[in-house]
Design a binder for this molecule. Structure first.
Ligand code: B1M
Length: 209
């Protein structure tokens, strides 16, 4: 149980190597998603708060994000271990919207959807609405997932949704990211709001089966 607290603290000020080994230990008795929800997200929230208050600076923020990526590499392996079938349940586009480079959350959503056998077209981060619309048409996409982490980039999300709906009114859009909530997602005309990766899977099942 001692290692529980360690991962939280390692994300605040530890090394990638420590993050990997402690994550592997935690996985012996904890579910992958519980590690994300109980340690990774709260630690990043605290880091974000400290950054906002000027208690830490960009290099520390970047270091914590890198530590999380190392931890998530181990978690990812575990998630894929338990998923076996390789029949695609359908294709989904994922992207972090224009102007926004935060992709940790999107990448978690991607891994979980893949583990449920959805085929993910990952357009990456800082993706223009034009690129998203083009990829949706080319791949005959029924569900697009957009992520935004900043108040400033929710506008890009709204623009992207508008362009997607103008091009194909039947396409469904799910959105997520710490800056959003259900009410806000409705204001920008998203069809679904996902609080976390698990909810994203439930939405995919509703839309694609
Ligand atoms: Co920055 N950042 N950051 N950052 N960063 C925030 C978002 C911020 C809130 C911190 C703060 O000040 N409190 C703040 C935004 C303020 C605002 O808009 N009001 C901020 C800022 C200001 C910035 C910069 C501008 C800093 C600078 O350069 N001066 C810069 C942005 C540059 C840009 O984008 N143009 C910047 C940069 C960075 C790093 C590169 C250092 C790093 C990101 C690394 C990376 O992603 N590759 C970083 C980080 C790590 C954060 C915080 C600390 C953590 C974000 C995170 O990964 N959370 C963040 C503070 C915070 O969120 N509390 C902050 C964990 C992740 C698992 O959560 O992404 O919410 P989240 O995903 C969840 C759910 O939301 C959901 O599922 C996930 C799993 O449960 N979900 C979806 C997310 N997307 C989904 C999509 C779906 C469905 C569910 O369907 C498609």
């Amino acid at each position: 149980k001692e290692s529980d607290r360690d991962l939280f603290e390692i994300i605040l000020s530890g090394t990638k190597e420590e993050a990997k080994s402690v994550t592997a230990e935690l996985l012996e008795y904890k579910e992958p998603l519980d590690i994300i929800n109980d340690y990774i997200v709260p630690a990043l929230d605290l880091i974000g708060e400290r950054y906002e208050n000027g208690d830490i600076f960009l290099p520390q923020l970047i270091r914590s994000a890198e530590t999380v990526k190392s931890s998530f590499e181990i978690i990812k392996e575990k998630i894929f271990e338990s998923s076996s079938e390789d029949i695609s349940n359908g294709k989904i586009i994922l992207a972090t919207v224009n102007g926004d480079i935060h992709d940790i959350g999107k990448n978690i959503v991607k891994v979980l959807l893949e583990s449920y056998n959805y085929e993910i077209i990952d357009l990456g981060k800082n993706v223009s609405s034009e690129t998203i619309v083009k990829a949706a048409i080319e791949n005959d996409i029924k569900l697009v997932g957009l992520s935004a982490l900043m108040t400033t980039t929710v506008k890009s999300m709204e623009d992207t949704i508008e362009k997607l709906k103008d091009t194909d009114p039947s396409v469904k859009v799910m959105v997520g990211g710490a800056v959003l909530n259900k009410e806000y997602s409705e204001m920008i005309n998203a069809d679904f709001y996902a609080k976390d990766a698990k909810e994203a899977v439930e939405i995919a099942k509703t839309v694609l089966g």
